[in-house]
Design a protein around this ligand. Structure first.
Ligand SMILES: [Zn+2]
Length: 179
């Protein structure tokens, strides 16, 4: 695919002043625009896509986002139902849940070490998508404060305790009044 045509996908409103000849590319940053100048400095050693994704006019089609959200929702709901149904569902159904989960692709971030007050791990996320996916996976597998679905409003929430059934005191009260 032509580079500029590809870029147009991410800059539907205003294209950055970008020129390409062979494998060489030039990105003209006007002196007026301090934010763009700062970006090009900050990311001068990184792939150009990195700086571009932080630019003011960068955008992605709504459909791409909804697809990502649906993917996460599917993973969450499958996980939730698996443990809800584990004792009553047949093996075929449970296998479908397992297969559904296996489709969630984990693209592992890299990390480096840094000497702060004490040594720390610094994760190198090359995209927001990767950061969200990784943190989502950490939350999904957290046994102490698991992600759960509220039995009253059906919203996802981070449970304070492993056996929490409602997202809030309000939902707990409403549910107990109903029953
Ligand atoms: Zn609720």
């Amino acid at each position: 695919m032509d580079t500029l045509a590809y870029m147009k996908l991410f800059f539907p409103f205003r294209m950055p002043d970008f020129h390409k000849r062979g494998i060489e590319s030039i990105w003209n940053v006007s002196g007026e625009d301090r934010a763009e100048a700062a970006l090009s400095m900050t990311f001068r050693n990184d792939p150009r896509a990195m700086a571009m994704s932080f630019m003011r006019n960068y955008g992605e089609p709504y459909e791409w986002l909804t697809e990502a959200f649906l993917d996460w929702a599917f993973t969450f709901v499958s996980t939730y139902l698996y443990y809800e149904d584990r004792d009553i569902a047949d093996e075929h159904t449970l296998n479908l849940y397992r297969k559904g989960l296996a489709c969630f692709e984990g693209n592992a971030p890299t990390y480096h070490l840094s000497l702060q007050e004490h040594p720390v791990i610094v994760w190198d996320f090359h995209s927001l998508m990767l950061a969200v996916k990784f943190l989502f996976s950490v939350k999904l597998t957290n046994a102490k404060n698991p992600m759960r679905m509220c039995e009253h409003c059906r919203m996802a929430f981070y449970a304070q305790r492993a056996d929490s059934r409602f997202c809030s005191a309000e939902c707990r009260n409403k549910a107990s009044k109903k029953s």
